[in-house]
Design a protein around this ligand. Structure first.
Ligand SMILES: NC(=O)c1ccc[n+]([C@@H]2O[C@H](COP(=O)([O-])OP(=O)(O)OC[C@H]3O[C@@H](n4cnc5c(N)ncnc54)[C@H](OP(=O)(O)O)[C@@H]3O)[C@@H](O)[C@H]2O)c1
Length: 320
């Protein structure tokens, strides 16, 4: 199966390494890679993990016309205001009858319902397992293993930076020292206030709710209060009473539609949502037929994100 990548940064390279590693069992070929500043690379026989980039394709349509992939993997950075230009890249692929996989939560946080409908009309697949929990099966778990189940809500501790900062504060360090620690671990966004103010969690909540609950909401419609007001002193006081603070993303189906909320919540220290630390993530779904069930990942990295993309690719290949 021929695959092209738009965006060839950390995740693109990790994905290319995984495709290379599993080539004997899964004969996928990366036939093109397009970037913003490094140019474009093509090889119908399959690119090496470190391709020699040539001049940039003039636009996405020209890139897709030249590379002729069966699947596009969209890996450009998140635009938290609109989800663009990733949404336009995905549409260009659909118009050419190309399946799409993305690790970018922008398109599903801002335009999932429209994109899913356009994919259906074009007769192609649109997958995004790696976008929210670094490849841990959430979307594919519901799609493949929970037929007939209705998701009525969820609660998740989904933002690594906030957990690293709160962990640092609970050791008596300042917010700034917590940010430095998150930067050293490579988990903080370029602007760490995007995580601290809850925007990352809001994007993830909107993405999950749009796919799992047909919410049709954007991150701007998430009620949001981050961890910016938590201080080491306040946290010490809370922890002395057996509780702790967690940045939680919640969704709830109500008669008036799906409601989304991100908030720094005071939880019992033994609450399940307080059990994941650092870069680990946890999500609990509320369902009609399976009660509460959840997934978690312990300290996921780029390999797990790459696997989320790979699992989508295998699923698409099997469905053809
Ligand atoms: N890193 C993670 O652990 C992780 C986990 C889950 C999901 N994600 C998501 O995966 C996506 C990729 O993340 P990353 O860490 O690989 O990012 P990255 O290292 O910053 O790489 C981004 C790539 O996109 C290219 N690019 C930027 N704007 C472009 C445009 N308009 N057209 C074409 N190419 C463009 C860049 O080109 P240049 O190389 O020329 O700059 C670069 O190759 C993001 O949406 C991120 O949120 C990342």
């Amino acid at each position: 199966m021929k695959v092209a990548l738009i965006g060839y940064g950390n995740v693109g390279r990790a994905f290319a390494r995984l495709v290379e590693k599993k080539r004997a069992a899964f004969p996928f070929r990366i036939v093109g890679a397009h970037t913003a500043r490094h140019g474009t690379a093509y090889d119908p026989q399959g690119l090496p993990v470190e391709p020699a980039f040539g001049p940039a394709a003039p636009d996405i349509d020209a890139f897709l016309a030249h590379a002729r992939p069966e699947v596009l993997v969209e890996l450009t950075p998140l635009n938290p205001e609109s989800g663009q230009p990733a949404i336009a890249h995905i549409r260009a692929a659909f118009q050419r009858g190309i399946h799409v996989i993305t690790a970018n939560k922008g398109p599903i946080a801002f335009a999932y319902a429209a994109l899913a409908e356009e994919a259906r009309r074009s007769g192609v697949e649109f997958r995004h397992e790696a976008a929210t929990m670094d490849g841990t099966p959430v979307y594919n778990m519901v799609r493949n293993n929970l037929p007939g189940v209705i998701v009525n809500g969820f609660a998740g501790a989904l933002n690594s930076t906030s957990k690293v900062i709160l962990g640092a504060m609970s050791r008596g360090l300042t917010l700034e020292q917590g940010i430095d620690e998150a930067r050293r671990l490579g988990v903080a966004e370029a602007d760490p206030w995007f995580d601290i103010d809850g925007w990352d969690s809001a994007c993830k909540a909107a993405a999950l709710a749009n796919v799992l609950m047909d919410a049709r909401l954007t991150p701007q419609q998430v009620e949001r209060r981050g961890i910016g007001k938590v201080t080491p002193d306040k946290l010490a006081e809370i922890e002395a009473s057996g509780k702790t603070v967690v940045l939680v993303s919640r969704a709830k189906r109500t008669p008036g539609g799906v409601k989304l909320r991100v908030r720094a919540e005071v939880l019992d220290r033994h609450d399940l949502l307080a059990s994941v630390r650092g870069t680990s993530n946890l999500l609990i779904l509320e369902t009609d037929l399976m009660g509460q069930l959840g997934v978690f990942t312990l300290e996921p990295g780029l390999e797990q994100t790459a696997y989320g993309l790979f699992s989508d690719l295998v699923d698409i290949a099997r469905s053809l």
